[in-house]
Design a protein around this ligand. Structure first.
Ligand code: PLP
Length: 621
């Protein structure tokens, strides 16, 4: 368990069973669990091939419950005379089944939605049917966006148009004059509190979104002149996603709560404070401020927000706001698990080397002696020797002095030296810098039935870490260390950075792959952002996805969303499957005429071609 740190990131949803399989407890501590390996086998029997994305609706529900419970607890603890009304940022995962579930599970808490673009607004307006839930409207806006949001008030919705660019103030004033509808407005502030890590540039004066303080004052003046200052009811900020350190959140809340009371004092009818996203996910389970982790929990987060607002508002005798957070990652990450299989491996040979034979080159002798002599005291020095002898063997080969068989033997001896040295370094507390890469050099390559570009784009684009581990054979010692290479013909299509305690490791502990036997790996906590940002590199399409819900008797498959077929992916790049088949048919006819193919062969080719187009883009593992 310690190897994969599952007790850190997996709580309370994922653990290891006595059978050495991953157990999923979708309701967290509230009971009910299932065996992930058995679930995958059962799904495979229903013709759902890997890679397969499994969404656990109960986890989604549990995340919503937890977030609301944390705010409720903080509100009670600090006697906060206001409420919390969360919204889910649609950008985080727009899949219809997920948004439907989210709205359904969020109903008891009047959980709303956040739209960050026009298409997301279209989804949010149609899907959100919870009375009293908020719909925050962010992102770039044109007149159409603003009018749509304003008119939706007539449907009983509560859309809040958040001004993110100064130009939007005039658009809103104009729309109000034309429609005669008073909008509910918010303003996004560019805080001076700097976010951190990858998304740190989401705040500060040069941030892409939000108004600077002079712009906020201009907006207030303009709205006052247009008799719309009472429409301004919300202050929003977002200092970036995955904030790892609680002090950054505290600083931002402090600054924002000051701006909030000032806006109220300027005459705006302030009612809401929207703290944006940023609530982190502990991907490596270390509970630290490492970028793949966070040094606080959801309760600390809620407490700090509630306490700071209560104090600042009390100091200025301003009514406290309804608190809104736009937590995406913290709500959606845990609910989906991506399962993929290993197709084959490539390993550096582990067999014991053979001693030199009469008449072989002296370099083989040197390598053999080095191999035999390696011990705890000299391993660093002998590593250099081995490398030097191997270089020498290659030079001799290039000069024609060494035969191919001898070169092969020299290389095998060199790898044997490296293995021996690696075994020693693994037992050392301190590993010399020059030997640090040895683990990587010696890593096995596990070829996986997956496209990193489609299913884990953040691994490739921004070096994000997700927990990855086998979902079975966990009672067995993983004797290999490997990296994962995906199906694309792109050397970037690999995963060679894995979670470690407050760090990143370059190899993953894996079991020896037995051809013909399934070996399934899972990538966890990847329910946020990955699906929509995935791309069709090499035309690997969307994976199969299923929604699983626990029932008193076990589980039920709520929805199956079949992954793309080849026919679908080729149509995205404007090919028509029938045209393609027709082209192949004509070529067959041609080849038949010229006696280059038999009729049986041509029929077989056409049949396979047509069948393939209807099939999944991934390999049949
Ligand atoms: N709100 C806004 C304005 C955002 O840009 C984002 C994403 O970065 C979010 C909310 C969601 O953030 P997170 O997923 O960190 O909760």
């Amino acid at each position: 368990e310690a190897l994969y740190r599952i007790e850190g990131w997996g709580q309370p949803y994922f653990s290891i069973s006595a059978a050495g399989h991953i157990t999923v407890s979708p309701k967290g501590d509230r009971g009910g669990s299932l065996d992930l390996f058995e679930l995958v086998n059962a799904l495979k029997q229903r013709n759902l091939g890997l890679p397969l994305l499994i969404r656990f609706s109960d986890i989604l529900s549990d995340r919503i419950e937890r977030l609301n419970a944390c705010f409720a607890k903080a509100i009670a603890r600090y006697n906060y005379p206001g409420i919390y009304r969360g919204v889910f940022p649609v950008k985080c995962n727009q899949q219809r089944h997920l948004i439907e579930d989210l709205v359904k599970f969020g109903k008891p808490h009047q959980f709303g939605l956040e739209a960050g673009s026009k298409p997301e607004l279209m989804i949010a307006l149609a899907m959100l049917d919870t009375p009293g839930a908020l719909l925050t409207c962010n992102g770039y806006k044109d007149r159409e966006y603003i009018e749509t949001a304003m008119l939706a008030q007539r449907l009983g919705q509560t859309p809040i148009i958040v001004l993110e660019q100064i130009e939007e103030v005039d658009l809103v004033i104009d729309a109000n004059r034309q429609l005669g509808i008073k909008p509910i407005l918010g303003v996004r502030a560019k805080l001076s509190t700097q976010g951190m890590g990858r998304w740190g540039t989401s705040s500060g004066d040069r941030a892409k979104f939000g108004l600077t303080m002079p712009e906020i004052i201009d907006a207030v003046d303009k709205l006052r002149q247009a008799d719309l200052l009472d429409s301004l009811q919300l202050l929003h900020f977002h200092i970036g996603s995955q904030i790892s350190a609680i002090n950054v959140i505290k600083d931002a809340i402090q600054e924002a709560s000051r701006i909030y009371v000032e806006l109220a004092m300027l005459g705006a009818d302030m009612k809401y404070l929207d703290v944006g996203g940023g609530l982190g996910v502990d991907y490596d389970g270390s509970q630290t401020n490492f970028y793949a982790s966070k040094n606080y929990n959801m309760q600390n987060y809620a407490n700090d927000i509630v306490a700071e607002l209560k104090d600042t508002c009390a100091e200025r005798e301003i009514a406290v706001p309804t608190l809104i957070s736009e937590s995406g990652r913290a709500i959606a990450s845990h609910q989906s698990v991506l399962i993929f299989d290993v197709l084959s491996t490539s390993e550096i040979p582990l067999d014991p080397p053979e001693p030199p034979e009469e008449g072989e080159s002296p370099v083989i002798n040197y390598l053999w002696e080095t191999y035999q002599g390696i011990n705890k005291e000299n391993f660093q020095e002998f590593y250099h020797d081995a490398a030097q002898f191997k270089e020498e063997a290659i030079s001799r080969f290039n000069l024609g002095i060494l035969r191919l068989r001898e070169r092969a033997k020299a290389e095998r001896l060199y790898w044997a030296c490296c293995h021996k040295i690696l075994d020693i370094t693994r037992q050392q507390e301190y590993v010399p810098d020059e030997l640090e890469d040895l683990e990587k050099i010696m890593a096995s390559i596990y070829y996986i039935n997956l496209s990193v570009f489609q299913s884990a784009p953040d691994c490739w684009a921004i070096d994000q870490l997700f927990p990855i581990m086998p979902i079975h054979r966990l009672g067995e010692e993983p004797t290999r260390r490997g990296i994962l290479a995906d199906l694309t013909c792109d050397s970037d299509g690999k995963i060679d950075r894995f979670i470690d305690l407050r760090d990143v490791k370059s190899v993953l502990e894996l079991h020896n792959f037995k051809p013909g036997e399934p070996y399934y790996l899972g990538m966890f906590l990847n329910g946020a952002y990955q699906e929509i940002m995935g791309n069709l590199h090499n035309l690997f399409g969307d994976t199969n996805a299923v929604h699983i819900q626990l029932t008193p008797k076990g589980y039920q498959i709520e929805h199956v969303v079949k992954g793309d077929t080849m026919s679908e992916v080729v149509s995205y790049v404007q090919y028509d499957s029938e045209d393609l088949v027709e082209k192949i048919r004509q070529r067959c006819e041609h080849a038949l005429e010229e006696n280059r193919i038999t009729l049986a062969e041509s029929q077989r080719l056409l049949q396979t071609y047509e069948q393939s187009l209807r099939r999944y883009t991934y390999l049949n593992g």
